[in-house]
Write a protein that binds this ligand. Structure first.
Ligand code: AMP
Length: 385
């Protein structure tokens, strides 16, 4: 494990660029991934959003790209449009701050392919960041030159290597040269990830951060009990009581997302929904308005929120509890980024209290029970007889 970017053999311009972004010390996943990635090893990295995984793979790519060639040299595949745009933005930011002239382009579906083709020809980006379907299309049309690609990254591998989506990923990989490097990052390394790895990789290294995944201590965990049918009303009251600066509300079902958003807006809570059901333009408006503070509440599913890196979220609400235990970690991790503190509030029925106990045990955290009383969210005191 290394405690400095200097020890990781990155060039000084990149290190200075990172400094300008306030990034001084490598995260765990960065310190285990960067050296073997620079040595062109195939890698399966266990890392989730917030661990610094994007730079773990981008820094070695930056280091290795031959900027004298106007040639496509790396492809990063990601499952959602927002994540594609976010990774592309990280590349542009670092290129700008470091002065290393690496170019990139985000390639997503649902936009005019002819415009993309024109732009690809103009920029000849070193790095393509894209969603799988459209990238494969453009390789087929010979607009992305697969034979010059030296590195492929699969971000959010647990999603992209899911049996339903894996074929197109394999198809893309197979169009590239055999000696290219392949890196897969996944929140958990599942058997299907290993199977694909065996097929496509040369002796992959499996790398995890040493630190046990733990929840940021700056997050307070709260639950409020209520009947299922009262959940929305209780959420509305908590939002009124807390008046959050920026809140993310998690709902499991797409239809409920829309309904919750409509109801919250009816009560004057300036809020937007992001779910698979809304158009790309609406998603962009929602994300931009949330980022710049025009709206304070964003209602989302786990999938839509995947990979979103939005600073300053003060509250996370679980109107529905997550379906998988580990998802609690991801959801609550949306708040208290960096040194800020934040609150994660679960609305739970009596029957769901055993799930809250599971979170406490699994993640070694303590919940506080609260209720809304006279417009204030206050601790519930239980007196033992
Ligand atoms: P990621 O896990 O890639 O989504 O990164 C989450 C956030 O952490 C991003 O905003 C990064 O800019 C930031 N970040 C990445 N690496 C570091 C680091 N070594 N030190 C501080 N912040 C970092």
């Amino acid at each position: 494990m290394s405690n400095s970017f200097n020890d990781l053999n990155l060039n000084l311009d990149i290190i200075k660029g990172l400094e300008k972004q306030g990034i001084l010390v490598p995260t765990d996943i960065q310190s285990v991934v960067i050296t073997p990635a620079l040595e062109n090893k195939d890698i399966i990295g266990e890392a989730f959003t917030g661990s610094g995984k994007t730079l773990a793979y981008l820094l070695p790519i930056f280091e290795k790209i031959n900027t004298e060639k106007r040639e496509m040299q790396a492809i990063v595949l990601a499952p959602t449009h927002e994540l594609v745009m976010q990774i592309d933005a990280q590349i542009k930011l670092l290129a700008n701050n470091s002065g290393v002239p690496v170019t990139s382009m985000g390639i997503i579906g649902d936009v005019n392919i002819n415009n993309q083709i024109k732009k690809l020809k103009e920029i000849k980006p070193h790095i393509i960041v894209g969603s799988t379907g459209r990238v494969f299309d453009l390789i087929g049309k010979k607009k992305i030159s697969a034979h010059t690609i030296k590195t492929i990254v699969i971000d959010e591998g647990d999603n992209l290597l899911d049996p339903k989506r894996v074929q197109v990923v394999k198809d893309i990989i197979k169009t590239t040269m055999r000696d290219r490097q392949l890196m897969v990052f996944s929140a958990s390394i599942k058997p299907e990830t290993l199977e694909v790895a065996k097929e496509l990789m040369k002796e992959p290294l499996i790398l995890k951060s040493e630190a046990k995944t733990s929840i940021n201590p700056n997050i307070s965990h709260v639950y409020v009990t209520c009947d299922r049918r009262d959940k929305f009303e209780v959420l509305r009251k908590i939002i009124a009581a807390e008046n959050p600066e920026k809140a993310l509300v998690f709902v499991n079902d797409n239809e409920d997302i829309e309904l919750t958003t409509l109801k919250l807006n009816y009560h004057n809570k300036n809020c937007y929904a992001i779910s698979g059901n809304i158009s790309k333009e609406e998603r962009k408006i929602a994300m931009d308005s949330f980022r710049n503070g025009k709206i304070k509440v964003l209602v989302s599913s786990d999938i839509s929120a995947r990979g979103l890196d939005i600073p300053d979220i003060t509250h996370v609400f679980n109107l529905d509890l997550p379906l998988k235990l580990n998802e609690y970690l991801h959801r609550s991790g949306r708040t208290a980024r960096g040194t800020a503190s934040g609150t994660c509030i679960c609305l739970a029925t009596d029957k769901q209290l055993n799930i809250i106990k599971k979170y406490e045990k699994e993640f070694d955290i303590k919940f506080q029970e609260k209720r809304v009383y006279r417009g204030v969210l206050e601790p519930v005191r239980r007196y033992q007889e």
